[in-house]
Design a binder for this molecule. Structure first.
Ligand code: MLT
Length: 311
């Protein structure tokens, strides 16, 4: 009998592949390349992706045998869940696999942005010893605004509080009592923009959050603010951020995600005030192992017609 086919369209950890084991025919493709992805979908029963593969209505239509799409990570913004559901395709993810890694990457970019670590490192390796140029700021006694206070936002807050910061959180879905329990003050979006010395973004990417930080918002912030985005590209309007930094209305930014990825030639990269990484929030051995094994287990259960519990 033919084995069910699992198409792995992005890198999956060895541990995840081991969970799939010998029960499936595992095929690989480059999901970011549509000309490879669409024909590769023809005979597959399950599709495993990270964030670079667009699983839209066209991709789902190209996979008539598809029974499950598994996202080895948190966000589902690259999967058209409605189109999948209409086609009878189950969508699963690994919602907690990389939240610690994403929170730690956020802390790295906050500190890196505060202390110009990457810029000073690049200059020194280029033979330049520039101490005053790279004078930074302390976190102690600063106000950090966290936009989106879900699992990752909360882990960021826990890790930041020992630095002596005050935390303001904006999240339309969080009860104030829960915020107080976590030692943060729940505020309106405008108050957060006006008061924060650092703003870090952690909402999902939805119609409501695309362009959440745009030109108007960047005219309301303190000129000393540093803005960090380890969530999703597009939540900050990149052109507006570029103008705000150029005009001295924003002191700096730490960016891990971009409106269009891969992104290698953004005007933002020309600015010394910007520290940038290539979507590394979930890129740790630990997170990839968890994401890979969780989605592989879900795919096995789904293809066996069994109940798939929340990971
Ligand atoms: C996620 O949403 O979990 C991450 O962006 C996954 C990834 O790094 O591909």
């Amino acid at each position: 009998m033919n084995k069910p086919v699992v198409l792995v369209a992005e890198e999956l950890s060895e541990a995840g592949l081991a969970v799939l084991g010998a029960d499936f025919e595992v095929r690989h493709t480059d999901g970011a390349d549509r000309s490879q992805l669409l024909p590769a979908l023809a005979g597959v029963d399950a599709l495993i992706v990270r964030s670079a593969t667009k699983v839209d209505a066209e991709a789902i239509a190209a996979a008539p045998k598809l029974r499950v799409v598994a996202r080895a990570g948190v966000g589902l913004d690259n999967v058209d869940v409605e189109a999948a559901t209409k086609a009878g395709v189950m969508v699963v993810n690994a919602p907690t696999s990389n939240i610690t890694s994403a929170a730690e990457q956020t802390i790295a970019l906050i500190l890196g942005s505060a202390r110009n670590t990457a810029q000073a490192h690049a200059a020194l390796k280029n033979g330049e010893w520039k101490r005053s140029k790279y004078t930074g700021v302390e976190l102690d006694e600063k106000i950090v605004g966290i936009v989106g206070f879900g699992k990752i936002g909360q882990l960021v807050a826990q890790r930041l509080l020992p630095f002596g910061v005050e935390i303001l959180a904006y999240d339309p879905y969080l009860p104030p009592a829960r915020a107080a329990q976590l030692g943060v003050k729940l505020v309106g979006f405008d108050e957060l923009l006006k008061k924060s010395d650092f703003i870090t973004l952690h909402p999902p990417k939805t119609k409501e959050t695309v362009g959440l930080i745009g030109d108007k918002e960047l005219h309301e912030v303190k000129p000393s603010v540093r803005i960090i985005n380890v969530a999703r590209g597009g939540i900050i309007d990149e052109a507006a951020l570029y103008a705000a930094i150029k005009e001295g209305r924003v002191a700096g930014a730490g960016l891990d995600v971009y409106a269009k990825e891969p992104c290698t030639d953004s005007p933002l990269f020309e600015l010394d005030q910007v520290v940038a990484t290539p979507h590394l929030g979930a890129s740790t051995h630990e997170a990839q192992e968890k994401a890979g094994t969780q989605v592989a287990r879900s795919v096995k259960l789904a293809l066996a017609g069994e109940f798939v519990p929340d990971a």
